[in-house]
Every structure is written in C-alpha cells, then in structure tokens.
Design a binder for this molecule. Structure first.
Ligand SMILES: Cc1cc2nc3c(=O)[nH]c(=O)nc-3n(C[C@H](O)[C@H](O)[C@H](O)COP(=O)(O)OP(=O)(O)OC[C@H]3O[C@@H](n4cnc5c(N)ncnc54)[C@H](O)[C@@H]3O)c2cc1C
Length: 250
C-alpha cells in the first residue's frame, strides 16, 4: 500500500511561468522482513556491500534514495539502526555498511557471512525529490555514500549533479551515473568545500547527510553563503559521535 500524503498539483512560478517542483512525502505500510545474507563485497577499505535475499522482498517498496530501513539485530531490547536500501530487485536487497569500527550494526556487518539471517523494518515512508531540478547537489560522508550512489544511478541523462564526498583517499572510487556529474572527494573540510562551490544557475535541490556537526555546518553554508531556501534543502544527521543510532533532520 502506498499512501501519498502531500501530493499537490504543480503550481506555476509567477516570474518564469514554469512548474514549481514539489517534493512528495509518501507513507508505506510498515512491514518486518527476515532476510538472509547471500553474498558480501568489500567496495573500499571501509565500505561493505551485503546482498540479502528473501521471498519477502517481492513487495518491497523504496521510492527514494533518501529512504531508510531499520536493521534489527536480536537482543533485549533488539538493536535497531537506520540503513539506506541501496539497490533492490526481485528477491534481493543491497545495503552498504560503513565499517566505522564501533557499534553493533557495523560490527555485525564485519562478520556477516552467507546464510546468516537478520530482520529489517520499513521503509515507513519516502521523501521523493523530483529529478527535474536544474541541478542536484549531493553532499555527505561514507554513511551517506550509499544514498548518494543510488541517487546518481537513478538520475536521468539530462540532469546535472554536483557531488562532494568526505572520505579518505583509499575509499575513493568511480560512481556510475548517466547524469552530468561533477564529483570531488574531500579528505578534510567538507563545509569549506561546499562554501567554495559556484552553483549553476536555475533552481536546484541540495541533499546532505553524514556526521551531525559537519552536516549542520554544510546546511548553514547552503543557507548563509549560497542563499538556498529551506524548502530546497534536505539535511540529516546520520550519526553523532558518542550517540548510538542517532538520526535527526536538520
Ligand atoms: C536515514 C539514514 C540512513 C543511513 N544509511 C546508512 C547506510 O546506508 N550505510 C551506513 O553505513 N550508515 C548509514 N546510516 C548511518 C548509521 O545508521 C549509523 O552510522 C549507525 O550509528 C550505525 O550503527 P552502529 O550500531 O554501527 O553504531 P552505533 O551503536 O549507532 O554507534 C556507536 C558509535 O559509533 C560511532 N559511529 C556511528 N556511526 C558512525 C559512522 N558512520 N562513522 C564513524 N563513527 C560512527 C559513534 O561515535 C557512535 O557513538 C544511516 C543513517 C540514517 C539516519
């Protein structure tokens, strides 16, 4: 079941007379599924792809790269952590784990082997950003890279994407896309890299995620330096030092 919460007819921009792009929030029926690890692949030293399989994935819905599922690990109480559905088709779902060296989810991923089972819940909803913006800015660290990679794969050829990823040199790799992509890997100051951008003309959408204070600083630059309106920015803290399972929309 898909329940569109805020579908609106696109209105017209009074100045340009072109349609105003509308972000859509869609709610999904909440389901828990049991998945089995089919295979694992180390994409870079600290990013591990796990391909899960299950007949229960046949009706899996994920409408946006911004979606997350809850990974549920057994315990009392169970451990729940948010992860991006990176790719899904038929009876398979890929999740890419940043191996950050702490925490039950990253630790579980490190030892995952074919045949092991785990549960997921959701996605409970999707935040769907139209692809027809004049440009897309995608900013984040290794925890946001699965979402960024999915978005780049999904953007059509006519799109322009500017991408800034905070990661050590060893994690850097090609990110396939049909879009016209300007990608730079940043090894130190992500907010400064975003500050230094000259954004293209037209109406764009900025998406940022990763460590809480860095993402908050990126968001401040987008508003303060680049003057982007709040409704053209989606920024989320995907983790926070010293906090378990932190998730906050900024
Ligand atoms: C919507 C959403 C989608 C996400 N998608 C992904 C994804 O696809 N892949 C992914 O890897 N992560 C993703 N994350 C981030 C992931 O949920 C967190 O990193 C989570 O904390 C991992 O759980 P854990 O049990 O390993 O560590 P926790 O028990 O939650 O945290 C333990 C400690 O580890 C440290 N820590 C946590 N995460 C990180 C990190 N990424 N890097 C460095 N230190 C860290 C913190 O200091 C924390 O106190 C997503 C988060 C959100 C909110």
């Amino acid at each position: 079941m898909v329940d569109i919460i805020n579908q609106t007819e696109p209105s017209l921009n009074p100045v340009t007379d072109s349609p105003v792009r509308t972000v859509q929030r869609v709610r999904h029926e909440l389901k828990r599924r049991t998945l089995t690890v089919r295979r694992t692949a180390l994409l870079s030293p600290h990013l591990l792809r796990i391909t899960f399989t299950s007949p229960e994935l046949q009706d899996f819905i994920s409408l946006s790269f911004d979606d997350h599922v809850k990974l549920i690990l057994p315990g009392e109480p169970p451990v729940m952590r948010d992860y991006t559905p990176r790719r899904f088709s038929g009876d398979e779902l890929d999740i890419e784990f940043a191996l950050h060296g702490h925490g039950p989810a990253a630790t579980w991923a490190t030892q995952a082997a074919p045949g092991q089972t785990v549960q997921i819940g959701g996605p409970r909803g999707s935040f769907v950003v139209p692809v027809d913006f004049d440009w897309h800015l995608l900013v984040g660290d290794l925890s946001a890279l699965p979402a960024i990679t999915r978005r780049l794969e999904e953007l059509p050829a006519a799109c322009t994407a500017i991408v800034r990823v905070l990661a050590d040199a060893a994690e850097q790799r090609a990110l396939p896309s049909r879009a016209n992509v300007n990608l730079q890997w940043i090894t130190a100051d992500l907010p400064a890299a975003v500050q230094a951008l000259t954004l293209p003309p037209g109406e764009g959408y900025a998406w940022a995620a990763g460590e809480a204070s860095v993402t908050a600083a990126v968001r401040a630059v987008l508003v303060g330096t680049h003057g982007l309106p709040k409704e053209r920015i989606r920024a989320a803290a995907y983790w926070k030092p010293g906090n378990a399972g932190h998730h906050e929309n900024l």
